[in-house]
Design a protein. Structure first.
Length: 284
């Protein structure tokens, strides 16, 4: 360990880490203005019921479009937003934007379920359920049109804050999903305590369905467990018909991935819906 620490210390001064540090400083100072300057966008990736390949919803995914046109992916700036506290105003914007779009879809006759990602940081602070209630009311969106995705780490939080917030959201009728399921600590007792509606099977297990590694044993286990706990399953990152077929055979409920649609700007998503003319009955 001492040897490792020594190496890490040494590496701290390499140009590579200097570059990373200055990139981070750039992100920090520019992210502050991104919101005010309208540089954030919510893109939408369609979600389908396996049964009949019916369009049932979409996941809102955050994008930062710089004025020069370059796109910064969320994996790069969300961690910075979390460390600086900027995740609070940014997360609130995402919530409002999701409700605004859900209302517009309703007005167009498409009652789709819109899912967004929540950072653990947002759940540890008081007031999240109030903000959800505020935005739903502001755009007159029924709670059943909104789904909130959290990662497993959130469930391990011992504080009452998270469980109280979950309870309030459930009471309101907002759906809750566990994102990237299977990659963190997945304990049955957590799932019982928090009672979520949906497990999103991580892309890595979808990949291993067809790459010969475990033949989908983990995906199968997750689907079986979800069924016995009366939760839905959605497989993420489905890229091939072979994966789709495998998941359908295992009884997976829903599918999201490049095979059926990439994340796209809102206007493109509206056009996408029009091409899938079968009236969606997501949250009737
Ligand atoms: P996630 O919530 O697990 O989202 C799925 C990611 O997989 C997205 O990356 C999506 O573009 C990508 N993806 C979807 N289908 C496929 C596929 O078939 N193949 C492959 N290779 N990838 C696929 P993205 O948009 O870069 O987002 C990355 C992560 O950033 C998200 O993972 C989520 O954890 C986080 N994130 C995105 N938007 C927000 C947000 O508004 N708030 C917070 N707190 N986090 C966000
Ligand atoms: Mg997600
Ligand atoms: Mg995910
Ligand atoms: Mg992820």
């Amino acid at each position: 360990a001492a040897k490792e620490a020594g190496r890490a210390n040494h590496q701290f001064f390499t140009p590579e880490l200097n570059k990373r540090a200055s990139e981070r400083m750039w992100l920090e100072s520019n992210l502050r203005h991104a919101l005010a300057d309208n540089e954030l966008e919510l893109h939408f990736q369609p979600q389908f019921a396996v049964d009949g390949r019916r369009l049932v919803g979409a996941e809102g995914l955050l994008r930062w479009r710089r004025r020069d046109g370059t796109m910064i992916p969320p994996g790069q700036f969300i961690p910075v937003a979390e460390d600086t506290g900027l995740i609070q105003p940014i997360g609130d914007w995402v919530l409002g934007e999701a409700c605004r779009r859900a209302a517009d879809l309703l007005a167009r006759g498409h009652p789709l379920l819109i899912a967004i990602n929540l950072s653990a940081v947002q759940l540890r602070r008081p007031g999240l359920a109030d903000r959800v209630a505020f935005w739903l009311d502001a755009y007159k969106v029924p709670a059943r049109c909104l789904e909130l995705e959290v990662t497993e780490s959130v469930l391990m939080d011992e504080s009452d804050m998270v469980s109280n917030t979950f309870a309030r959201l459930r009471e309101m009728g907002v759906a809750l999903a566990i994102d990237d399921f299977g990659t963190g600590y997945s304990s049955l007792s957590y799932l019982k305590r928090f009672r979520v509606d949906k497990l999103k099977i991580d892309r890595s297990f979808v990949t291993s369905l067809t790459d010969g590694s475990d033949g989908g044993a983990i995906a199968e286990a997750i689907i079986g467990m979800a069924r016995s706990l009366r939760m839905q399953t959605l497989a993420e990152g489905v890229e091939t018909e072979e994966q789709f077929g495998g998941l359908a055979r295992l009884g997976c409920d829903q599918i999201q991935g490049y095979l059926l649609g990439r994340p796209m700007p809102y206007d493109d998503f509206v056009a996408f819906i029009a091409r899938h003319a079968d009236a969606p009955e997501a949250v009737g």
